[in-house]
Design a protein around this ligand. Structure first.
Ligand code: ATP
Ligand code: MG
Length: 453
């Protein structure tokens, strides 16, 4: 077997362990990815030194996960995660080991890992690779196989069910049959796993190169219905018309296309959820179906899902916003005023993401995207953004203080008037002068029956 490349700095780091009578290994994904010829900047280390012993060896050590035996050492300016060899105690609830036992044996530590291809260790001094579970053969064959008995592995920690899917998505690997069957048998245990851990793995899968593959494993095993029932319900929901796939397949294909075009995680999640409102809104419509307001139902469902998974507010807001607006249309006849309203509705900062979502959606439907039309729309949007046309209240030629000076009383009415002025200016930017806006503001007071008391 090849030797893992040990840089000078890692060797100096490992020497500190060796000189104090301890061993240090690079373990897990980094060794796997090296053997596959992939880059992996994220190094995980494992050692026989106990956490308090590691802390004693270095000046700066952060106790990042000390309950599980993990500390982060800052060495020559780099952050290194070091975990003490451990055999996990009994898993009583399929969530987390009920106790962690530190052990002096690398062999035992490697046995408690999830998959054969994740159980390599490389000496951090020599780079010599240890492979006790025939991981190299599985790597060659492109196979994800649980170490030992897969039923026991998934029963100990059901998150491994998602990890199997996400690694298949990362590497385009096949999940070995018994391992796959165990996923199906133990899928209900995913309900015991903390939503933060589920969310983390979901994001890893969505970020991977082959998310569709991972999601298909989750669906085929029944695990998708446990973690994302709203998505799994799209299975068999036919669309007819120009869609050749059911709602679930289309969602997975769109997520895959979003990955293929190098989209952000937010766009990939929006791609996964963009049609999630279709199942609830489908109505027969001649020989087709209609899905009126599916983007509005979809926005609400997306919020429900991401809140349940305790995603950040930024993720919840951005992804649900993209879902809400994914049905936009553009034709060359669209007026400048309509383009300005589109920009205001969607928000300048979301337009690029929304276009990526559209490209992924079109590619999923027909294999190609109508980029000419989108390019034209993009040009018009950029033209408006680079002109000085007002797109928000702060761009108006007058502000709240000017309205107060006009005699409009403090309070709600100022805001309403400014909003009205913005609407006017979106229709006709030429109105954005002090004189015109004063005139319009006063006329608006009369229109609303406001008196100047
Ligand atoms: P990535 O390249 O995405 O970081 P990774 O394999 O390094 O992939 P990590 O989540 O960083 O994944 O985990 C590091 C290692 O720890 C894994 O390779 C595996 O050996 C082990 N591991 C992580 N999570 C589990 C788990 N839930 N059960 C058993 N072993 C695990
Ligand atoms: Mg890692």
């Amino acid at each position: 077997m090849r030797t893992f490349p040990i840089t000078g700095r890692i060797k100096r780091f490992a020497s500190v362990f060796r000189d104090n009578g301890y061993s240090l290994f690079v373990v897990g994904g980094a060794v796997r990815d090296f053997l596959l010829g992939l880059g992996n900047s994220d190094l995980d280390f494992t050692t026989d030194a106990r956490p308090e012993e590691v802390i004693a060896l270095f000046r700066t050590v952060i106790p990042t996960g000390i309950a599980h035996g993990t500390v982060t050492v800052i060495f020559e300016g780099e952050h290194y995660e070091v975990t003490t060899f451990r055999s996990e105690g009994e898993y009583k609830d399929g969530r987390r080991p009920s106790s962690v036992t530190f052990i002096p044996s690398l062999e035992e530590d490697l046995k408690r890992r999830d998959f054969t291809i994740n159980a390599f260790a490389a000496s951090a001094i020599t780079g010599k690779i240890v492979d006790n579970h025939n991981g190299e053969q599985d790597l060659k064959d492109g196979i994800i196989r649980a170490i030992g008995n897969p039923y026991e592995r998934f029963d100990e920690d059901a998150l491994r069910i998602m990890r199997a899917a996400r690694i298949s998505g990362k590497l385009n690997f096949t999940i070995e049959e018994r391992t796959f069957n165990a996923m199906g048998t133990l899928k209900e245990n995913l309900r015991l796993v903390s939503v933060e851990r589920l969310h983390d793995e979901l994001v890893h899968l969505v970020k991977s190169a082959y998310p569709k593959k991972g999601f298909e494993y989750l669906h085929a095993s029944g695990a998708l219905a446990v973690i994302l029932p709203e998505l799994a319900q799209g299975d068999g929901v036919l669309q007819k018309g120009f869609h050749h796939e059911d709602v679930l397949q289309h969602s997975l294909t769109t997520c895959q296309k979003a990955a293929d075009i190098g989209s952000s995680v937010h766009v990939r999640l929006a791609a996964l959820f963009h049609d999630i409102g279709k199942t609830a809104t489908r109505k027969p419509d001649g020989d087709r179906f209609s899905f009126h307001n599916h983007e509005i139902v979809g926005e609400a469902l997306t919020k429900t899902i991401l809140r349940r998974l305790k995603a950040s507010n930024e993720e919840i807001d951005t992804v649900s916003h993209l879902v809400r607006h994914h049905m936009f249309t553009y034709t060359p006849e669209m007026t400048d005023s309509a383009v300005r309203r589109f920009i205001v509705r969607v928000g300048i900062e979301h337009i690029e993401d929304l276009f990526k979502l559209r490209i992924a959606d079109q590619m999923a439907i027909s294999g190609r995207a109508d980029t000419d039309l989108l390019d034209e729309f993009s040009k018009r949007i950029n033209g408006i953004i680079s002109s000085d046309d007002a797109l928000s209240i702060k761009d108006l030629a007058i502000g709240g203080n000017d309205l107060l000076a006009l005699g409009i009383p403090k309070g709600k009415r100022i805001g309403q008037t400014l909003q009205y002025l913005l609407e006017t200016v979106l229709d006709d930017p030429a109105q954005n002068t002090k004189e015109q806006l004063f005139r319009i503001a006063l006329a608006y007071q009369e229109l609303c029956g406001f008196t100047s008391d």
